[in-house]
Structure formats: structure tokens, C-alpha cells
Design a protein around this ligand. Structure first.
Ligand SMILES: [Fe+2]
Ligand SMILES: [Fe+2]
Ligand SMILES: [Fe+2]
Length: 419
């Protein structure tokens, strides 16, 4: 599909900052600052690349508003979100080299020598994690604490030499401190543009098909693992949608697009704080309004990634209905593509069939009845619901297998961690 790792991750990292206006741009600015530090320190290209990717994702384990805002306090103790972030990234072949950096982005330099055996990491990785730490704290001071004078920030950071920061890492600061361009870029919500046009800046990491699928699966976990109520939902939807698209005769490249759309369809839910996602019982109108923004937010994020145009359309229309009573657009008729109709049906089917912690999934007969009733009221496409009936055994088996795998990954993710 010809999608670049940078475009994909730079775009999707914006989704991590939807959770609160107070964190907008944080991931991109930290990525930018980390790379500028790396350049000042003369780090090789592969390490610059890792620092950029780690910067884009470093607070990915901060699931709640509370933990994200806490990470913006200068004295943050970020152990829990750093560990979660590490666990989200470590299994992914594209992202595993940055997982350790994320794990230690709040670990003080003075603790490096005394790490518990299960937290140990190669010295070089800890050095890079400390570069990331400096970039992160720099953004926190610059944006949050209202310290606009670069010299004041630099003095404060240098004062932590040997405690929070490795003195060798702090050596990168002088060059940055003197650069007006650096501070002007840091005042932007997205300074990454200043980096991506320098061709020698990074390893050219285009993504293979398998890498793209793996990266989208990583994001499906980032979306789902924030709440145990829906911990396997996305993977069930993606598998169901791909299976139905096969039955509808989609080409192989289009099936890939459907897998991506399935994995990313609820991306905008990263804007919904886990405090709301985990509320037992029905949501009040305010929470519901926040929840219902997710398709639009997903469109804005996915639409910023070159090459994801069709995925964006399919994914962002999964709450539309053929009769025009869906949201956000109230689209109907020809403006709803076959791909989005399939995804919508897969979403409803999975939601009905899957077990939730507070209730068992619906039976086959009841599910088919609900789907067909919805189709009769133009809430779903009758052609797709008839595909579900015709191929129910296969569709449901594949959905279950996908969700069983996701459930075991979820258990592994939380082993030894508080939820
Ligand atoms: Fe953090
Ligand atoms: Fe951060
Ligand atoms: Fe949704």
C-alpha cells in the first residue's frame, strides 16, 4: 500500500493526544525535541529514528486523563504508564526496539545501576531512554510550566545532572538552548514537519504489508486495552469484517484495507478517557456526547496519513446507517460504500455476539434476529446481514478465534499490573 512508517506513526500519535486539550501536541513535540537532541549529540541515524518513534508513542500507556495530566507535572512519577507502554510495544517487530526506551523514560539516571533484574536494560538503551526523558521534561517545562525563557529551562534541567539526567545527555542541551529555530518550533503543536523533509534524518523505514498489519494490530490493542469491557472488541470486528468482505468478493488489496479499517475503526475512542470507558451502567448525556465524537476524530487522524484514504472512509462511517439515521454524517444511499456497510455490520455483530464481563454474548438465533430487524428498519444493509446468515458458522468461528487470541494477549498485558 506504500505507506511510510513515519506518516503512519506521526499521524496516529495525534490520536494519543486527543484525550485532553492540555496534552495536544505533546507526543509530536517530544519526538521533535528528542531528535534535535540526538542530532546535537551526534547519534547515528538508527538511534535518531528510534528516538523519534519512541517520542511519538512514549505516553501510550497513560490510559486515563488523570495519568496523562500527572505525567505533565514536572516531578511526575511515571512508572505505571511507562511500564504499560513498554508492554504495548514490546511484542511488535516494528516497535520492539523502542519499547525499552518507553519503559525507562521516567527512570532517573541515578537509578540505572540499581535496576531490578527484570527491569535491566542494555546501557545504550538506558542512555537513549534518558535522552527521551530530557526531551519529555523539556516540553513539560516549556509548555506547561510557562517557563518561556530558554535559559531558565536549561538552568533547571542542568541542575538535575547526575540525578534525573545523565551528564552526557545534558551535553546536547547547549546547542538547542542557543537555537532560536528550536524554541520557535517547540511552540508549535506539530513541529515534526521540520524534520520529515530532511532526507538524511532517519532510516528510510517504509512499511511492508506485514509491518503495516502488525502496526495496526498494535493500535487495536492501544484502543482496546484501556477498558476490560471491550478488551477484544476491535480484533473481533476486524476479523468479522474481513471474512464478510471475502464473501462479498473483495480483492486481496481491499481485504488488507478492510483489516486496517477494522483495526482502526474506533481510533477516535482514544479521546474518550478511560474514566468514561470503564463506567459501569449507562452513560449520562455528557459522556455519551464525548463517546459519539469518535468517528469524526478518527477521520481527522486517519485522514492525515497519505495512503489511508479508503481506510479513512470505511472506518469513519461505521456508525452511519443506510436509512440516513446514523452519525456523524447521517449519510445514506450511494454515499455509503459497500466497505463501510460491511464494517458497520461487523461492528454490530461482534458487539452482540461477544461476551462482556457483565453479560454473556447473545445466541446465534437472537443475533440474526436483531440484525435482520435492524436491516428491516434500514439500520443495516440487508445484503450484508444475509451474508452473515449464510456464512454464520465461519464468520462466528473466525470472530471467536480472533477474540480468544486478543483475550490471552490482554491477560498477558495485565499480568502483574493493576488494571
Ligand atoms: Fe511519560
Ligand atoms: Fe510525556
Ligand atoms: Fe465505534
Amino acid at each position: 500500500m506504500g505507506i511510510r512508517l513515519f506518516d503512519f506513526l506521526t499521524g496516529l500519535s495525534g490520536a494519543l493526544d486527543l484525550i485532553s486539550p492540555e496534552v495536544v501536541g505533546h507526543h509530536k513535540r517530544v519526538a521533535y525535541a528528542a531528535v534535535r537532541l540526538a542530532r546535537a549529540l551526534d547519534l547515528p541515524r538508527a538511534e535518531r529514528t528510534d528516538l523519534y518513534v519512541a517520542g511519538l508513542l512514549h505516553d501510550v500507556g497513560g490510559f486515563s486523563i488523570q495519568s496523562r495530566l500527572a505525567a505533565l507535572q514536572f516531578e511526575a512519577d511515571g512508572v505505571r504508564h511507562a511500564e504499560r507502554g513498554y508492554r504495548l510495544l514490546r511484542k511488535n517487530p516494528l516497535l520492539e526496539s523502542v519499547a525499552v526506551l518507553v519503559r525507562h523514560h521516567h527512570t532517573p539516571f541515578m537509578h540505572f545501576d540499581g535496576l531490578a533484574p527484570d527491569m535491566a536494560a542494555p546501557e545504550r538503551k538506558l542512555f537513549l531512554a534518558n535522552v527521551l526523558c530530557l526531551a519529555d521534561r523539556l516540553d513539560v517545562l516549556f509548555i506547561r510550566q510557562g517557563l518561556n525563557e530558554p535559559w531558565e529551562i536549561v538552568r533547571l534541567l542542568r541542575g538535575l545532572s547526575g540525578t534525573l539526567f545523565d551528564p552526557a545527555v545534558l551535553e546536547g542541551l547547549s546547542e538547542l538552548a542557543a537555537s532560536e529555530r528550536f524554541w520557535a518550533d517547540m511552540a508549535l503543536s506539530d513541529p515534526t514537519h521540520a524534520l520529515t523533509d530532511s532526507p538524511d534524518m532517519f532510516d528510510e523505514r517504509g512499511m511492508t504489508r506485514a509491518q503495516l498489519m502488525a502496526a495496526s494490530t498494535a493500535f487495536s490493542q492501544i484502543i482496546d486495552f484501556r477498558s476490560r469491557f471491550t478488551a477484544t472488541h476491535t480484533r473481533g470486528v476486524a476479523e468479522t469484517a474481513v471474512c464478510l468482505a471475502e464473501k462479498a468478493g473483495f480483492s486481496v488489496p481491499d481485504l488488507d484495507q478492510m483489516r486496517l479499517a477494522g483495526n482502526l475503526h474506533d481510533l477516535g475512542k482514544l479521546a474518550v478517557p478511560s474514566e468514561i470507558l470503564n463506567k459501569p451502567g449507562p452513560l449520562d448525556p455528557e459522556d455519551l456526547a464525548i463517546m459519539r465524537r469518535h468517528p469524526e476524530l478518527g477521520r481527522a487522524i486517519l485522514g492525515s496519513v497519505p495512503g489511508l484514504e479508503q481506510v479513512t472512509d470505511w472506518a469513519s462511517q461505521h456508525h452511519e446507517q443506510p436509512g440516513g439515521k446514523g452519525y456523524p454524517g447521517g449519510l445514506s444511499g450511494v454515499s455509503l460504500s459497500l466497505g463501510s456497510r460491511i464494517l458497520t455490520t461487523a461492528d454490530v455483530f461482534t458487539a452482540l455476539r461477544e461476551d462482556r464481563p457483565y453479560r454473556a454474548g447473545m445466541s446465534k438465533d437472537d443475533t440474526l434476529r436483531v440484525l435482520e430487524d435492524m436491516a428491516a428498519h434500514s439500520a443495516l444493509d440487508p445484503l450484508i446481514t444475509s451474508l452473515v446468515r449464510e456464512h454464520h458458522a465461519e464468520v462466528n468461528e473466525r470472530r471467536m478465534a480472533a477474540q480468544t487470541l486478543a483475550a490471552s494477549e490482554f491477560r498477558e498485558f495485565y499480568t502483574g499490573l493493576e488494571q
